[in-house]
Structures are given as C-alpha cells and as structure tokens.
Design a protein around this ligand. Structure first.
Ligand code: HAM
Length: 418
C-alpha cells in the first residue's frame, strides 16, 4: 500500500467542518480589519527564500524542499508566506498604489522538519501582512487582530510574549556584546549553538538545550541596547497594547528564527502544550533587501493545525444532511433522483446511488444523520403525495410530491425543530 509522505496529513470529511470554521472565522475578522486576501505561488525561485528568509536560518539551511525544474532552475516550495508576498508587492508595483497594503492568506507551507506532534512537513498557515507603514500603530493593530482571532476561536489558554530586536544599527552593537559574553564559554555550548555563533549569535538565546539555557543566564539583553528610535517604538507598542487591554509579557529571549525581523517581535504561546501558535513581527528591511523600494512592514502567521487542536470541539458547527430520499424499488430510482435534484435547489439531499435495498437505505439514512427522509414508491408516484419523516422525533407530515410543497411543509410543520 502506498502511504502518504512523512509529515503530511489527510483532512478527511469528518474533520473538514473544523477547518472550514477556522478559515471562515479568520476571514471575517481579517475583512473587518480591512485586509484583503492574497494568493501567491506555491513555489518560487530558491533565491527568494535564501535572500528573504536568510541563508543562516534553519529554514533555509536545513528545511527547504528545493529541486531543479526541467529547465534547470532552482525552485523551492514556499516554507513561509512573507517572502513571496513581498516579492509580489515589488513585482506588481504595489508601492505606487495607496499604502498600507493589507493582505491575509491561508496557505499550505512546506518545511523538511523533524516530524513530531504539532510539527509537520506540509502545514497550513493563516497569516496577515501590513506593508508600507513604519508606525507603531500598525504593530498594535496587527497584534490586536491576532488577539481577536484567537479570542473569537475561543483559544484562551494562551499568552503573548513580546520583544524588540532593534534595527541593524542597535543590533550590531548588541551582537558584539553578546558574542563577547557567549564567546567565553562557546566550547561548552551544543553543536547547533556553536554553528550559530559567528553568523547568527542571537539564535543561541533561543536554544532549548538545558546546558545552553544555563550558559545563557546573565547574557546581555537586547532591550538595553536599543537606539532611541527603536526604544520609543517599543514603548509606544506596549502603551498601545495596554490601552487596548491586550496583556503581554516582555521576553527578551524571543528572537525568532527568520532573519528579516526588525524591532517588534511577538509570539502567542499555548499554555496547554507550550507550542507557539501564532508568531510574527516587523520586517522593515525586507522589501529593500529584495530589490524593492525602502518600505517598512509588519506581519504574523498562525499554524492552522495548532489553532485547530486548541479550538473547543463543541464550538464546531456540523452540517448534517437535510434529507435522504429512499427509493422503494429500483424502478423508482431515477424518479427519486429527479425529485432529489429539484430539492437540491434548497436543501442538502442524498438518494440511492448504490443499488441498496429499501432496508439498507433506511439504515444508511440513519447512519449519515439525515434530518428527514421521504420514501418514494408505487403509491407516492401514483397519488403524487408523500410522507416527510423527521428521523430524530419520528414525526411525520403529508406533502404533495414536488419540491416546493415539500419545502413548504418542512417550514410550516417542522419549523421549530428544523
Ligand atoms: P514562523 O514562526 O516560522 O513564522 O511560523 C509561524 C507559525 O507557523 C508558527 O508559530 C507555528 O504555529 C506554525 N508552524 C511553523 N512551522 C510549522 C510546522 N512545521 N508544522 C506546523 N506548524 C508550523 C513565519 O512563518 C513568518 N512568515 C510569520 C510572519 C508573517 N512574520 C511576519 N509576517
């Protein structure tokens, strides 16, 4: 038997209501904040991610699905959405349109990761980007949008960690001090940290290894190195969040795993399982880095699998089948299907397409949770009348055998229950 590739999953019809629910809620909230959906290619030229996400990051060094296409070009399945959206912003000349450009997306992403609970190789992100404003207000609006999304999905056991990693100027000074501190003990760090020391020392603060965490105790803190502008920006973001009643904890160990971040970075972390459910930050240098005009931006993405695992199951609306039409005998099958087709203008209807016996059809209608059944046989066809049965209550009502009459009877006689 051929199995699905490691780290992928099937979303079966049983689970689809949950996925549709999350995406529909997210879409409503994004639209209320004035964002429009964007769709970008699933694959891009590899260079976009090498330059955009950063060639010292785990994502680029270890996790990309990269291959040469038949024309010999290096192609990569997108590991995240931000670089592609910035590419699209530049390529489509959007900087000459009214800014900020506010977009959202729900798209699959691909990373060759160590597969474990909550970590897949093909996963879905729901995200939002605001391109074209340097104001702290954009950070606050975006974080408040993320907060609203989680609250509307009833994901409450969660906290917000906030940090600023400054701009390239203040970060350079900080990295010098950090390297001096870490350099004293670099031989005692894990191999990953050692390999990050030269090019990406801040990621060492992110290491989950116990010994590295201990060695990091007392390390210089980025917030002490922020330049006046970055400091003011961060203070304003915090004040804005305070004013909107969004609680957060400043955590100077939040550095994020992608190179493009500047100033504000944040993560919403689940208390239930410790996962980062939603994360993002400002990326003021990325548009320019990718050869566009110097344009500040801020964004976030949430892991949809992680969101879905935290949504209370009782919140998920399910959509049972409205009606099953039972054909008494195969000679009525096609007339039954005609009536089903008429009713499908208004209701979700199934009928016999498996040559099942009468009894087997009744059992099937029960199993698939049909709200109503109508049996079509000799008498029904001859008299042009039928009985509509509500399966749960057993209540039956007579109707003429046409779609409009059936619909009227359902609304008039079953209205309360339906
Ligand atoms: P990220 O932190 O790499 O950021 O991913 C955002 C979220 O995607 C994570 O917090 C997590 O919930 C989910 N996620 C990441 N990797 C996996 C995986 N292998 N399996 C399941 N879920 C995963 C970004 O991707 C940035 N583009 C976010 C952003 C947008 N920053 C600015 N704008």
């Amino acid at each position: 038997m051929i199995q699905k590739p490691k780290g992928t999953k099937d979303v079966l019809p049983d689970e689809i209501d949950l996925w549709n629910y999350t995406e529909a809620r997210a879409c409503d909230i994004f639209e209320n904040y004035g964002f429009k959906e964007i769709r970008i290619p699933t694959f891009e030229y590899t260079e976009l991610f090498e330059r955009g996400v950063g060639d010292t990051t785990d994502v680029v060094q270890k996790e990309m699905y990269t291959f040469d296409d038949k024309g010999g070009r290096s192609i990569t399945l997108r590991p995240e959405g931000t670089a592609g959206i910035v590419r699209s912003f530049i390529e489509n000349g959007i900087s000459s349109k009214p800014l900020p450009f506010k977009v959202y997306y729900a798209m699959p992403m691909f990373r060759y990761e160590n597969v474990q609970k909550g970590r897949y190789r093909e996963f879905n992100q729901i995200g939002a980007e605001i391109i074209g404003t340097a104001s702290y207000l954009a950070d606050v609006e975006l974080i408040s949008l993320a907060d609203k999304l989680l609250k509307k999905l009833n994901i409450n056991d969660i906290y917000l960690s906030l940090n600023s990693i400054g701009c390239p100027e203040c970060r350079a000074k900080y990295q010098k001090a950090l390297k001096e501190f870490i350099g004293k003990n670099i031989n005692k760090y894990c191999d990953t940290c050692k390999s990050r020391f030269e090019k990406n020392p801040m990621r060492i603060l992110d290491c989950k290894e116990k010994k590295c965490k201990e060695l990091n105790q007392g390390a210089p803190v980025i917030l002490d190195y922020l330049c006046d502008e970055c400091k003011e920006h961060f203070e304003n973001v915090k004040k804005g969040l305070d004013y909107l009643g969004i609680s957060y904890a400043v955590d100077s160990s939040i550095v994020r795993g992608l190179d493009y971040y500047t100033k504000t970075v944040f993560e919403f972390i689940s208390k239930t399982d410790g996962y980062t459910v939603l994360a993002g930050g400002r990326y003021d240098g990325l548009v320019k880095e990718l050869d566009g005009p110097d344009t500040p931006a801020v964004g976030f993405a949430a892991g949809e699998e992680r969101l879905n695992s935290l949504i209370p199951k009782e919140d998920i609306p399910s959509f049972p089948l409205d009606m099953y039409l039972v054909s008494m005998d195969e000679k009525f099958d096609i007339e039954t299907m005609k009536l089903a087709n008429d009713l499908r203008e208004y209701l979700a209807v199934q009928t016999n397409i498996s040559s099942r016996s009468f009894n087997a059809q009744m059992k099937y209608a029960n199993k698939i949770n049909a709200e109503f059944t109508i049996v079509i046989g000799e008498d029904e066809i001859k008299n042009k009348k039928c009985k509509i049965k509500q399966m749960e209550t057993g209540k039956e009502e007579l109707s003429k055998l046409d779609s409009e009459s059936i619909l009227n009877v359902i609304f008039e006689k079953f209205d309360d229950e339906f």
